[in-house]
Design a protein around this ligand. Structure first.
Ligand code: KG4
Ligand code: ZN
Length: 355
């Protein structure tokens, strides 16, 4: 029998097994991650090697360095996940791997490794969209959550409001016209001389500041549209800093951080609630790296309750990039009969929904 035939048979077996074991791999940006899931939702092991220390001296992710670090780490991260789950590759029933969107060199490391394991062990392989993974992080944290619901995906590359119709189908309700929310956090953090990664650093600084000190607004904040724009608010912060420097005045960086964060969080929260209302669903969820922001989590929770919506956000460890969320999304694909051939390629600009 060919690999393709065996993989199909084993994918069928995966669907009928009571608690199939899935190995998941994620390497789309600056985290090398692997996880083992039982039954698609029970996380037996989760290993994440962060490259933060490596990229910090450059002030951001250097793609070539990220790829090399993934190559160095992927083997030991996968081995550690299997060890943590107390299982061997021989006991795994399928492999899920991120194939986009992300940095092409980084994606290729995880994808090639997953393909190699799949071929060597005759296991079915399923490629997962990284953004679908972020959304699925909510299922890992909240067993009762089921589609349909509206989800705000806010990460380094995305600020999308998505209607999750079922486990595999999404429609786009709104998005940013320019910078993503996480990108805006990172760029403003850099302007405030904060180290990489900017988002969490800016959140820490904002705790010390007055959020009403500066009247900053994100684009389209007062318009009844589901579109965002974060490029203007970033420029406004840079202008405040330049003007103060030219005049020899001092500025309170914590006040700027707090005012910026408040403006971004408010617009994300208001538009997400508006989208859920318009879509006629009773549930709103939050996902993506920016969902680790405590002010955003709280603001959206309160706004949802006030609007009569149930609100879900992943537990912290599933908010930023990890492989458990990829495993959960991969499980739903496998259960629906999807598997991929070994010709699966990395797709740096893979979209969640055709736009
Ligand atoms: O989802 P993620 O880990 O990677 C991508 O898929 O992009 O998201 C990373 C983004 C970065 O822009 C980072 O600054 C932002 O999420 N982020 C935060 C926080 N933690 C991560 N932004 C604001 N506050 C945070 N606590
Ligand atoms: Zn991500």
């Amino acid at each position: 029998m060919s690999y393709a035939e065996i993989a199909q048979k084993r994918a069928q077996a995966y669907r009928t097994k009571v608690a199939p074991l899935l190995l998941a791999i994620e390497s789309s940006c600056d985290e090398t991650a692997a996880a083992v899931l039982r039954g698609g939702h029970d996380v037996l092991a989760m290993q994440v090697h962060s490259q933060i220390e490596i990229h910090r001296e450059y002030g951001g992710v250097v793609p070539e360095i990220a790829s090399r670090s993934h190559v160095e780490r992927i083997g030991s991260v996968v081995d550690a996940a299997l060890k943590e789950a107390s299982c061997t590759l021989g006991q795994i029933d399928a492999i899920a791997v991120t194939h986009g969107p992300g940095l092409v060199g980084a994606l290729l490391v995880g994808l090639s490794y997953a393909k190699g394991l799949a071929l060597a062990s005759a296991l079915p392989l399923v490629g997962v969209n990284h953004i679908a993974g972020h959304i699925a992080a909510n299922y890992l944290s909240h067993a009762e959550l089921k589609p349909p619901f509206v989800c705000l995906v806010a990460s380094g590359g995305h600020s999308h409001i998505v209607l999750v119709e079922d486990y595999l189908h999404y429609s786009l309700l709104g998005r940013t016209r320019d910078d993503a929310a996480g990108e805006a956090f990172d760029k403003v953090a850099r302007a405030l001389s904060l180290p990489y990664p900017g988002g969490p650093e800016l959140e820490c600084l904002a705790r010390l500041g007055n959020a009403d000190a500066y009247a900053l607004h994100a684009g389209f904040n007062a318009k009844p549209t589901l579109e965002f724009s974060f490029s203007g608010i970033k420029t406004a912060v840079i202008n405040i800093l330049h003007t103060a420097k030219q005049r020899g005045e001092s500025v309170n960086y914590a006040d700027i951080a707090a005012s910026f964060q408040k403006a971004v969080v408010n617009v994300l929260s208001e538009k997400s609630v508006m989208a859920a209302k318009q879509a006629g669903v009773n549930t709103l969820a939050l996902a993506g790296g920016v969902s680790a922001n405590e002010t955003l989590r709280q603001t959206m929770r309160v706004a949802s309750v006030n609007a009569g919506l149930k609100f879900y956000v992943p537990v912290m460890r599933f908010c930023t990039d990890n492989a458990a969320m990829i495993g959960c999304a991969g499980h739903h694909l496998l259960m629906a009969g999807h598997i991929d051939a070994l010709s699966l390629n990395a797709s740096p600009s893979l979209a969640l929904v055709a736009e």
